[in-house]
Design a protein around this ligand. Structure first.
Ligand code: GTP
Ligand code: MG
Length: 203
């Protein structure tokens, strides 16, 4: 897919106020600092369409971007970042779960995980929650430039094995780097394919 235009539309914390026009929408979610905003900028060939930061918690709202005037890309706040008591494991902000439960236009969520890390309980819980809530998702392994190919391959194998403890199959996944743009064509072409298969009448 060629990116002809990418415009920021709005930010808010209320799913009811998200854009009303029905266009296919793809959400990017994951732990804080996993590289959601960086990936969005890489996909869109823009330096700072989505705001990035070395400090976790930069993205605090639901951010809608209109791409090629016919689909939305959504940058969501990271979950799992909140100074909470250590007994409180789940930190999925209510407006994030509301977004996934109510946003009918949402075609697919990309759950981002840092390829360097072992499977994290919060990601497992979030994907579990998505599965139970009927939210379709794929996985994107980010920051692939940080690992040598063999180590990367092993890391993804470990991740898949962990997923298969609770899932019947590994969801489709992509491997990306915002630094060297790897995985860009794969993610964009996949979105394009989905957009093509969606009948306008569904929306
Ligand atoms: P929040 O909005 O805070 O939840 O974070 P986020 O998931 O949007 O992460 P963000 O894109 O702001 O990136 C976090 C940090 O990781 C920044 O310092 C980025 O430069 C760095 N980073 C993101 N993607 C990559 C990547 O592919 N490779 C490398 N080497 N660094 C990356
Ligand atoms: Mg962000």
């Amino acid at each position: 897919m060629q990116i002809k235009s990418a415009e920021f539309v709005m930010s808010n914390s209320d799913v009811a106020k998200c854009p009303k026009d029905r266009m296919p929408e793809y959400a990017f979610i994951g732990r804080s600092n996993v590289g959601k905003s960086s990936l969005i900028n890489m996909l869109m060939l823009r330096k700072s369409l989505a705001k990035t930061s070395g400090r976790p918690g930069k993205t605090q709202l639901i951010n809608h971007f209109l791409i090629n005037k016919n689909w939305y890309l959504v940058d969501l706040p990271g979950y799992g970042y909140a100074r909470v008591s250590k007994s409180s494991k789940k930190v999925f902000q209510k407006f994030i779960t509301n977004y996934f439960e109510k946003r009918e236009q949402m075609v697919l969520a990309f759950v981002l995980v840092d390829c360097r890390h072992e499977p994290q309980p919060i990601d497992m819980e979030f994907m579990q929650w998505m599965g139970e809530s009927g939210v379709p998702f794929n996985i994107i392994f980010t920051k692939a430039d940080k690992l040598k190919p063999k180590v990367l391959e092993r890391s993804i194998q470990v991740y898949s094995e962990k997923m298969l403890e609770t899932w019947e199959e590994m969801p489709p996944y992509f491997i990306t780097s915002a630094s060297d743009s790897s995985g860009r064509d794969e993610v964009l072409n996949y979105i394009e394919e989905l957009n093509n298969t969606i009948q306008t009448s569904e929306f």
